[in-house]
Every structure is written in C-alpha cells, then in structure tokens.
Design a protein around this ligand. Structure first.
Ligand code: ATP
Length: 231
C-alpha cells in the first residue's frame, strides 16, 4: 500500500534523512525504531505531507503522492496521530473528533462506533474540553480523531510517550484490533521497545538518518536492535 523509496530530507544544510526506504501493507504493523533524533518524526512528517522531500519517492497504492498537500493525502486515506497529540485544547472532545469530518462526504460525517468501543472514555467525556483530559485520554482522542477520517494508512508517532501503563495497554489493543481488521496499513514510530516488539509485523531501525536494519518481527530479537534503541 505505502512505499517510500530512497527518501532524502534536509533541514537547511542538515541532511536529516538519507535514502530511507520503508513500506507498509494492509493488515500489518510496520514499526520505525531508533533513538531520539535519528529522524523518525521527520520520516512520518514527510509521509503525511508536512515536510517537503529533496529526493526519493512516496507512493500510495502505486500513485506518487510526494508532491500532494497534507489535506490531499488525508483525503486519499492517510490518517496521522502526531507526537504530542496536538489535541485542540479549547475544543470539546466531540468537536476535536469532528475536525476529522473536513474531507468526508455528508454520509460519512459521523464518529464510527468502533472509536467509542476502543476508547469508551471518549464517549463519557464528549463535552469536556480537550485540554482538560489527561495525557492518556488525549492520546486516545488523537487516535479516535484520526479514525474518524476512515484512514487506509494510519501513521502513529510515539503513542505511548508519557502515558500510564493501563492506557498503553488499551492503545496496544486498539492497534492490534485495527491491524486484524485487515484493510488498514499501520506505521508506528516507537521508542518503547517491548510495545513495538509485541505489535510489529516488520520493522526498520534508524540511526543518524539512515536505515541500519530492517526485516520481519523475528529480526527484532537481536542485540543490535536493543543497542541501537538504548537511550
Ligand atoms: N524543524 C526542524 N528544523 C531543524 N532541524 C530539525 C527540525 N526538526 C527536527 N530537526 C532535527 O532533525 C533530526 C531528526 O529529528 P526527528 O524529530 O525527526 O527525530 P526523531 O527520531 O523523531 O526524534 P524524537 O524521538 O526526539 O522525535 C534531529 O537532529 C532534529 O534536531
């Protein structure tokens, strides 16, 4: 479904991503692993259209999307859960979810029941302001908001960061459920190794802007991976 090939990205003179390649398939979780600052967030932002690339290609179902705007990519089915969640603090939970309606047809403008099944707390807090939710609840809201857009490709940037263990479990269960439905490809950036290992069908490991290892989940047990994940 998603194919990123030989992607180069710069911030000014800094060559932040060097010939990075990764792919993601429906019904699978692809994990992007690596320490702080190796370029994981930059890769995701390039995929969703928030960072221009200097070289390489990004295709979704064979169509080149690297020149398309972020809203156009969202309309093609890319949903993004950014690092830090980016919940609108003054909007209610309901209004935050409804921001996902922008590119939907009028028939699709509702919150899918599975959002509330996966995260029942959102249902009970629909009128609360986003900014009044705990970090874990905000993360659930950010995932729910992405699901409202009916993504075919769901891109998540460190959904466990700063979250309490019980909610990490809920988020892990949600990702497994979405994967097992079979029609959605999931790209997950994580620094929490055990969480990623439990979910990954395949992975890439990055170091200083480059992919230094990749493979299926069995490759995650190597010492190299742990060493390059250690902070
Ligand atoms: N807007 C920016 N301008 C300049 N440099 C940036 C910018 N954003 C990120 N960088 C630099 O690019 C490199 C990669 O950052 P990036 O956030 O992609 O890494 P990361 O692996 O996601 O790290 P983290 O886990 O901390 O988010 C870092 O050296 C970072 O300082």
């Amino acid at each position: 479904m998603l194919k990123v090939e030989n992607l180069d990205l710069y911030y000014g003179a800094a060559h932040t991503l060097k010939k990075v390649s990764v792919s993601a398939e429906a019904g699978k979780v692809t994990c992007v692993l690596g320490r702080n600052g190796v370029g994981k967030t930059s890769l995701l932002r390039a995929i969703v259209g928030q960072r221009p690339i200097a070289g390489g290609s990004i295709t979704l179902d064979g169509k080149e999307i690297s020149k398309l705007s972020t809203p156009d990519r969202a309309a093609m089915g890319i949903g993004f859960v950014p690092q830090g969640r980016e919940v609108f603090p003054l909007l209610s939970v309901k209004e935050n979810l409804e921001t996902g309606y922008a590119r939907l047809s009028s028939k699709e403008k509702y919150v899918p029941q599975e959002v509330f099944d996966l995260f029942p707390v959102l249902k009970s807090m629909l009128r609360r302001r986003g900014g009044d939710l705990s970090g874990g609840q905000q993360q659930q809201l950010a995932i729910g908001r992405a699901l409202v857009t009916r993504p075919r490709l769901l891109v998540l940037d460190e959904p466990t960061e700063g979250i309490q263990p019980s909610i990490i479990k809920d988020i892990g269960r949600a990702i497994s459920y979405l994967r097992d439905k079979g029609d959605m490809a999931i790209v997950l950036v994580e620094q929490y190794f055990e969480f990623a290992r439990d979910l990954a069908d395949s992975f890439i490991l990055m170091d200083r802007g480059e992919v230094v290892a990749s493979g299926d989940r069995s490759g995650l047990d190597g010492d190299d991976v742990r060493r390059l994940m250690a902070i």
